[in-house]
Design a protein around this ligand. Sequence first.
Ligand code: SAM
Ligand code: DTB
Ligand code: SF4
Length: 331
Amino acid sequence: MDARPIKEDAACEALRHDWSRTEVAEIYRTPLTELVYRAQTVHRRFHAPDRVQTCQLISIKTGGCPEDCAYCPQSAHYDAGVERQGLLDPQHVIEVAREATARGVTRFCMGAAWRQAPEGREFESVLEMVRGVAATGMEVCCTLGMLTEVQAVRLREAGLTAYNHNLDTSPEFYGSIITTRVYEDRLRTLAAVRKAGITVCCGGILGMGEGEEDRIGLLHQLATLRPHPESVPINMLVRVAGTPLGSMPSLDPMEMVRAIAAARILMPASRVRLAAGRLQLSPEATTLCFLAGANSIFVGEKLLTTPNPGPSEDEKLLETLGLKPLEPHAV
Ligand code: SAM
Ligand code: DTB
Ligand code: SF4
């Protein structure tokens, strides 16, 4: 490897936040081999090309969510057969996190099927989980729905390092997927997270029936956030029976490759995560996603409620490709 990764702060000048939608469209529509070549070139300037961060998810509160996100098996508006589960016991969550560190996981993400983070006893329990997970030395991420500025500060004080809150799709397509909140609500929570000094994890979902223009619109929104989200999850829709998107036609995996490559070029210093949907990708398509600049995956048998490739499958893939998990603390 002749290109040394450069540090994020040193590279800040190279980062642009003023991308026009036309520029994003031009990048997205570049012939695929050229696009992947450009993305890989950028990737090597900013990141160690042989490292992939492994992150683990846990659903700390499952199902019964009042929002109507059309993709989501946890929405109370649909019956996707997800068993509801109240907030887990903090000690149990901390134990699962400790086990994850032993497997080389360096980021632990706690997800809750809430419209917004609650106040009171349940929020205190989440803070206890954050403190316990932070003590393992892993990056600690939560995704709890909308947050107030005060809640964001309290999470930061408990040791939260990242908050996941996805924009999901373009502003134009958003209303076809979710009616119980608006894009602006998402942006407001993202601003509260930033203000509290927590890093932002923000991305979207492909394969929901959106057009190419919507994928471009999502990338444009993400790449014009200032600063860029430190982590950008690109999810491929997991089609769950019982949700309105349960029988969507399958997405061409090359759209995942294009979106990841474009994200890498637009947000060079960010960690781009090949998130949900890996079970629907062949090893070859997954490899192309890594080549396009993805440098993080979720590991473990389950995402929040849906299956994910198991540890043996992932270990085999990473070994075949010669990719190594990110070292602890080497963020
Ligand atoms: N309730 C919180 C919220 O929506 O922000 C946190 C949990 S929610 C399950 C986290 C993210 O998971 C969503 O923003 C969405 O991007 C992703 N997600 C949910 N269901 C999915 C599916 N079926 N396929 C792919 N991604 C999905
Ligand atoms: C993200 O962008 N994807 C993860 C994480 N952030 C929270 C969630 C994927 C959920 C997939 C559907 C499920 O398992 O319920
Ligand atoms: Fe609720 Fe989050 Fe699912 Fe939407 S994505 S229904 S907010 S759990």
